[in-house]
Design a protein around this ligand. Sequence first.
Ligand code: HEC
Length: 126
Amino acid sequence: MSKRILPWVAIAMAGLLTACGGAAEPTPAPTLDPEMARGKRVFEANCGACHSLVPDTVLVGPSLADINTRAATLVDGLDARAYIYTSIMRPDDYLVDGFQNLMPSTLAKSLSGEDIDAVVAYLLAQ
Ligand code: HEC
């Protein structure tokens, strides 16, 4: 008798455990790939005080919410990536109308090449 019941108990237990395991598992949060995650960190640490990613929100500099589409249309011969790079490496080259030249010119030195690549990729993905 007990020999016949045991397997069912085992199966029931296993089912219970699986159910519990399933419930305890956190819902997977959307994860950023490592470069995006780095870009986000670089942005928050070096750019976020002056640039919002919320549309039409001016902090010190213009919102960069739509920079991925806007950047390509601003300077002849520069695509979006090149424009954002230039903005970081040589912020004096192109001044946005209505803004003062307040963007630090030290970013090219203080950020590593990887940081700059990552933050440009992050902005292009906005
Ligand atoms: C101290 C404030 C400040 C910081 C920090 C700063 N910026 Fe700026 N940024 C500005 C201002 C002001 C402008 C507009 C004047 C100009 O064009 O230089 C600007 C312009 C820009 C533009 C051109 C925007 C457009 O609409 O054409 C880009 C792109 C940009 N910044 C990216 C960045 C990135 C990326 C970082 C961080 C790595 C950063 N900025 C850090 C103040 C800042």
